[in-house]
Every structure is written in C-alpha cells, then in structure tokens.
Design a protein around this ligand. Structure first.
Ligand code: COS
Length: 386
C-alpha cells in the first residue's frame, strides 16, 4: 500500500504550503487559548490528513510508512498540537483496527476515521501500568454476548474529542495473552472522562483519564474477533507509532534549528552577529549533524518497515524502530536545549518560540515508550540474536 510518488509530492507540497500559510501563523493563538481552532481542524479534514495512513479502499490516502514519515516530518515543523489532532487517527488509534480488525470492523470504522468524522484514541496506559503495559488492570468480563468493562485509562490523547477508543482490557489471566483490544464507542453508559490534564507543554493537545464503570460492549467489538490478542496488537501499533514520532522529532529539530540560525544571524554582540562566533557555530553544527543522522535513520528504518510482510512481526524492525525513537527524541531534546542556549536570555522568554518548543519536545521522550523502554527493546533483541 502506497501512493504513487508523483501524487505524493503534490500532496506534500500542498501540505508544506498549508503549514507555512495556515498553521505557523496560528501557533500563538493555539498557545494562548490552549485549543486548535475549529476552522483549522475543518481544513485538515478537507486536506485528508485524518486518513493519511488508511488505505484508499476505506477512503484514506494510503501512504506507506516512508511517506507517512515524510508527512510527520513536515507536521513537526510547526507546533506539535496540530499533529496531535490527526495523530491518533493516522496512528495509534486506527492502526489496531487496520492491522488486526475483521473485515466488518474495518468497513464500519475506517472510512469515518479517514474522513475525520470519527476521532479515535488509543487507551492502553493506566494509573498503575505505563511502561509495564502487560500489567493493565482494566477488566472485561463476559456477560452473555457482551463484555462489561471496568477500569481507568490515563493520559489518553484526544479522549475529549474521541468518538471511539481502541482500548486494551484484560479478558483472561495475568499474562500478556490475557489482554484483548476492543473498539469502545465513546458515550456508552458508564464511560466518563476525567478533567483535562494540565501539561508542561504542547498546549492545544487534549489528554485526560477515561473511566469505565461496567461499560457494556458487544463481544463483536474485540478487534479481530478473538480474545487474547490485544497485547500483540498494541505492540505492533506502537512499533509503527514509534517511527512516526521519530519523524516528528526530526521535523521539530529542523524547525528549532531554523529558529536558532535566524536568531544567530540577526543578534549582534561584541560588534558582530553571534552566528559569526565559532562557539555558536559549533552548537549549530552539532544540531545539523545530529538532525541529519536522525532523519537518515528514520528513512532507512521506514523503508525496512515497508519491505516487511504487511502485518507480520519482524523483531529486527521493531528493534530498529526503537533505535529511531530513542535517538531522534533524545536528539531533538539536545537541539532544543542548544536552541535556548543560542537565544541566551531571550530563549527563556515566552515570546521566542524556542522556549515553547523546548517544553513541547520533552514529551517525545516519554510517550509511545520512554527512552528506557526503547533501550530494553533494543537490548533484549540484541541478546536474542545469534
Ligand atoms: N510486535 C508484536 N508482538 C510483540 C511485540 C511487537 N513489537 N513485542 C512483544 N510482542 C509479543 C511477544 O512476542 C510475546 O508474545 P509470545 O508470548 O507469543 O512470545 C508477547 O508480546 C509478550 O512480549 P514480552 O514478553 O516481550 O512483553 P513484556 O511484558 O516484557 O513487555 C515491553 C515488553 C516493555 C516492550 C512493553 O511492555 C512495552 O512496549 N512497554 C511500553 C509501553 C508503551 O509504549 N506505552 C506507551 C503508551 S501509548 S502512548
């Protein structure tokens, strides 16, 4: 599944224009009001952004992973809140249904996800199960042809906007194979949302708890129809999501480097542009080289991802996706730090965007698996290799 390159480049240049002309000018508004304006969300629907990764047969655009990474890179060049609006529909919210759903589930949900009519969130994390995803406690108990689901899901991106959740709950024993993935429509009796999370950065993104108290969900809503496969679905979804986040991190590094260069070109000290000082050039050079290394890594792993048999597990590719997530999200943290340093005191002031981006990128090292989880995935795979 992929879009032909010519059409893809047309899409990409349209998106680049949209980002420069619509999104970048709206960044301050999003920061101030903690909300992506509705007319921008409508334009995103119009552009097909919600359906980037959904195959054309379900009304999406059908990008392959390498193409999706290029788009994520572009979306990384503006406030990350914009990407977050479409992020769960492109990635962690939809992909479980796409990878492992039954034909009926795909037909029912994917067209509405692709159009943006239905916002879908990914509900795995819980108060006591973050990195240890197999330890979730949310229970789904069979009751006739339904399950009754109870538990709490935490930090759920787009939950306040969601019409449905790809939600992991325990239908069996304590092991990973006791977990099933469900499509849970929002608005069912017993499903309530917590108050919005107040976060360090990424204003305009929406996260909160999702509380379930005996929520009645048809057994037919188990993704793929067979219980016990939800942990693997979640892991496969995260492999893919980690690559997407890696590309996003590179796009943000590009933006911060651009802001840093522009500042170094106009700010004068000791009678000359600060960018003419070699110590400032060294910081710019380190950021440029690390960005290039990170982006080359992402592209290489994305091509490996596209080359593997669709839906099949390739532990080597999972390991490489973790390498990309670990390297690029740490890299953008260093680039943001240098960006603040190059801006000096101004870098600590809110009206310069590096202060905001510095806070925004901190999340990239945490969600979809912390750096330490990526290290575990990499280390485990290395120790298993012959
Ligand atoms: N793709 C498919 N299957 C996978 C997989 C992957 N990437 N990773 C693991 N599995 C399978 C394993 O093969 C194993 O199956 P078998 O029992 O049939 O062999 C099963 O899943 C359990 O795997 P494992 O024993 O490795 O699971 P662990 O509990 O040790 O957990 C980590 C592994 C740490 C990698 C996992 O818990 C994880 O990714 N945690 C981070 C969660 C996360 O990213 N949270 C962010 C929330 S979303 S914003």
């Amino acid at each position: 599944m992929s879009l032909d390159q010519e059409t893809f480049y047309l899409l990409k240049s349209t998106l680049q224009r949209f980002i420069q002309e619509r999104l970048v000018p709206a960044e301050n508004d999003v920061e101030e009001h903690d909300k992506v304006p509705d007319d921008i969300v409508d334009d995103m629907k119009e552009l097909g952004l919600f359906g980037l990764s959904i195959p054309e047969e379900y009304g999406g655009i059908g990008l392959n992973m390498a193409q999706e990474c290029e788009v994520a890179y572009e979306l990384g060049r503006t406030a990350l809140a914009f990407r977050s609006v479409v992020g769960t529909n492109i990635g962690i919210g939809s992909q479980g249904i796409l990878m492992d759903g039954t034909p009926e589930q795909k037909a029912e949900y994917l067209p509405r996800i692709a159009s943006g009519e239905l916002i879908v969130s990914f509900a795995l994390t819980e108060p006591d199960a973050g990195s240890d995803a197999a330890a979730i406690k949310t229970r789904a108990v069979l009751d006739g042809v339904d399950y009754l689901i109870s538990g709490t899901k935490r930090f759920i991106t787009n939950a306040p906007r969601a019409g449905a959740f790809t939600l992991m709950a325990r239908t069996g024993g304590a092991e990973a194979s006791g977990i099933s993935a469900f499509v849970v429509p929002a608005g069912l009796p017993g499903l309530t949302l917590g108050k919005p999370d107040r976060k360090m950065g990424q204003r305009g993104t929406k996260t909160c708890d999702v509380n379930l108290d005996n929520v009645r969900v048809p057994a037919a809503n188990i993704i793929g129809g067979t219980p016990g496969k939800g942990f693997k679905t979640a892991m496969k979804v995260l492999d893919r999501g980690r690559l997407h986040i890696s590309a996003l991190a590179c796009g943000m590094a590009h933006r911060i480097l651009g802001e840093s260069i522009a500042y170094a070109q106009q700010r004068k000290q000791f009678g000359q542009r600060i960018g003419d000082f070699q110590l400032v050039q060294a910081m710019l050079a380190d950021s440029q080289a690390e960005l290039l290394a990170g982006w080359s890594l992402v592209q290489s792993v994305a091509h490996r991802y596209d080359a593997k048999v669709s839906g099949a597990r390739d532990p080597e590719v999972s390991m490489q996706a973790s390498c990309a997530k670990m390297f690029t999200t740490e890299m953008v943290g260093r680039v943001a730090d240098r960006g603040v340093q190059i801006h000096g005191g101004s870098g600590y002031i809110n009206e310069y965007k590096v202060e905001r981006f510095y806070r925004d990128v901190r999340l990239l090292r945490l969600y979809e698996g912390t750096t330490q989880i990526q290290q575990l995935v990499i280390g485990k795979q290395l120790m298993q290799s012959a």
